[in-house]
Design a protein around this ligand. Structure first.
Ligand code: NAD
Length: 421
């Protein structure tokens, strides 16, 4: 097995996590590669005309992890960090996440190595359409369904859907999720991940006997996931004391006004310049005192270097892969001091409501918002209960428990279907 194309820190992290779970589940060595390594990885070159007349080529990827349970499903990331190893790791995490939630999907992920903030709206549209056009032979509503992730949004999903549909000669809404309502999106998708995070934080606070009205939270990243999480936590009475984006970090123990923060972002597109008074060094944000710490930006921010300094009661992983295996070992050593809501549970609201969107698009039958959130909460509640029960039963961390459930679902389906031919 040629493992080298994926090598890199994020893929190594996903591998290490999988090995730990595979040891716990006593999965045979000969079955491990089949569970871990992606079924397909696609790399494409996407040329576009820049506004200044130059032609520039961007590298794009799509990784489909396994096809055992149904089509693959996963977001598309536009970021300078994107490489095939990162995309593969994110696809693998998507698989365990979908399986934990009981969704009929394998995991996928895609991305383009680009700073989306460096493109004009016209360039961004050209790149998005070209990426989807290059992917047409490999995706489809019953093969692989895309969604937003870091650096992409509803508008980009609409361009993806339109490009795919123009090539098919008919409108095929179900090729992507996370679309605007006007193009077959579902009510609640935009808020789903953040509201899911807030719901699970609410359950963790109850579990620990902390009243939401007495709790404080720090949120790293203020995009789709971070901003909605902050807003939803504030609605539940939690005081937001710290926030950051890629340009600045702020901390104020008296509380920050989430409405003001959102207005600033809407006007300026970034946090820098918000408040000189509460400005702090971004590296300090995660180790400031709070009840709930929500990393909601990038991978590998809680590491062997800072895990022992975290001063939170709940670590709610809005981002994918924010905590390294070295940090996990430290958190394990700290015993039950920090209640971890692992990423594949904590941010699963996004893919769950994406699944609802796909189902509604296929059926051409659209639900009320209350139905979307009622169904979402039921699935999150079940996953939350199953994760804590498994952790307690096997005396393992919440991450190990959530992954053990997800990996077992995929393993069992593979075993039952058998190996073709
Ligand atoms: P987004 O592009 O909407 O927002 C990303 C935010 O992170 C921005 O505010 C950006 O400024 C900030 N950021 C980037 N680098 C940073 C840094 N070094 N320090 C602090 N902030 C930084 O992306 P998103 O959709 O909110 O995704 C955020 C995370 O959540 C990613 O890990 C993504 O994979 C994960 N996630 C997203 C969804 C979803 O539905 N969008 C679902 C599940 C998981």
């Amino acid at each position: 097995m040629n493992k080298s194309i994926y090598s890199g820190p994020v893929f190594e992290m996903a591998t290490k996590q999988f090995e730990r779970v595979a040891d716990h589940l006593q999965i045979l060595e000969m079955d491990r590669d089949r569970l871990l390594y992606p079924k397909r990885a696609i790399a494409v070159s996407c040329p576009i005309h820049r506004d200044d007349g130059r032609t520039e080529v961007y590298q794009g990827y799509r990784v489909q992890h396994h096809l055992t349970l149904g089509p693959t499903k996963g977001g598309t990331r536009f970021a300078p960090s994107v490489d095939i190893g990162e995309v593969a790791a994110l696809a693998i995490w998507m698989s365990w996440k979908c399986a934990l939630a009981g969704l009929p999907y394998g995991g996928a992920k895609g991305g383009i190595t680009v700073d989306p903030y460096s493109l004009s709206p016209r360039e961004l549209q050209a790149l998005s359409r070209r990426y989807m056009q290059e992917m047409i032979p490999f995706v489809g509503p019953h093969t692989d369904v895309m969604a937003p992730d870091m650096g992409t949004n509803e508008q980009i999903m609409a361009w993806f859907m339109d490009t795919y549909s123009m090539y098919q000669g008919q409108t095929i809404n179900e090729i992507v999720t996370g679309k605007p309502i006007s193009t077959g999106g579902t009510l609640g998708r935009r808020e789903a991940t953040g509201r899911g995070v807030a719901y699970l934080v609410g359950r963790a606070l109850e579990h620990l006997g902390i009243a939401a009205g007495n709790a404080t939270a720090i949120v790293q990243g203020f995009g789709n996931v971070g901003s909605v999480t902050a807003y939803s936590l504030a609605e539940r009475g939690v005081k937001i004391v710290g926030v950051s984006d890629h340009t600045a970090a702020y901390y104020d123990p008296a509380g920050l006004d989430v409405g003001e923060l959102q207005r600033h972002i809407a006007e300026r597109g970034r946090f820098s310049g918000f408040s000189a008074q509460s400005l702090i060094d971004p590296s300090e944000l995660l180790v400031r005192t709070c009840d709930v710490l929500v990393p909601a930006a990038i991978e590998q921010v809680i590491t062997g270097d800072n895990a022992s300094q975290l001063k939170c009661r709940i670590l709610a992983e809005g981002a994918n892969g924010p905590t390294t295996p070295e940090a996990d070992s430290i958190l394990d050593q700290r015993g039950g001091e920090i209640f971890v809501l692992p990423d594949i549970l904590c941010n699963s609201g996004g893919v769950i409501v994406s699944y609802f969107e796909w189902v509604q698009d296929l059926q051409r039958l659209f639900w009320e918002e209350a139905e979307v959130f009622d169904r979402l909460h039921r699935i999150l509640e079940r996953s939350f209960q199953q994760t804590i029960a498994r952790a307690r039963r096997d005396r393992i961390s919440h991450r190990m428990a959530a992954m053990a459930i997800g990996v077992s679902v995929v393993q069992s389906a593979k075993r039952t279907r058998g190996l073709f031919p």
